[in-house]
Design a protein around this ligand. Structure first.
Ligand SMILES: [Zn+2]
Ligand SMILES: [Zn+2]
Length: 74
């Protein structure tokens, strides 16, 4: 099973700017920085109740215990 670990990049000045690759902000031309929090929030939508380290952006099964992943409430 493939887990999505896509990094996202954002502008420090414009957090609404999100990119999946390095580059510059289209608004202020600043270098985009890795958005760790944003990417983790975006990806961690479904998780295993027994194994919180296992998570996915899509419904599925835990690769460790094979239980269905449950939706994370934020
Ligand atoms: Zn910007
Ligand atoms: Zn599990």
């Amino acid at each position: 099973m493939k887990r999505e670990v896509t990094k996202t990049y954002t502008c420090p000045m414009h957090t609404e700017v999100v990119s999946d690759h390095e580059g510059v902000c289209p608004k202020c031309k600043a270098q985009l920085v890795v958005d760790r929090r944003g990417s983790k929030q975006a990806i961690k939508e479904y998780t295993c109740t027994m194994h919180p380290d296992e998570y996915s952006s899509k419904p599925g099964k835990c690769p460790i215990c094979n239980k269905p992943l449950v939706k994370v409430k934020s």
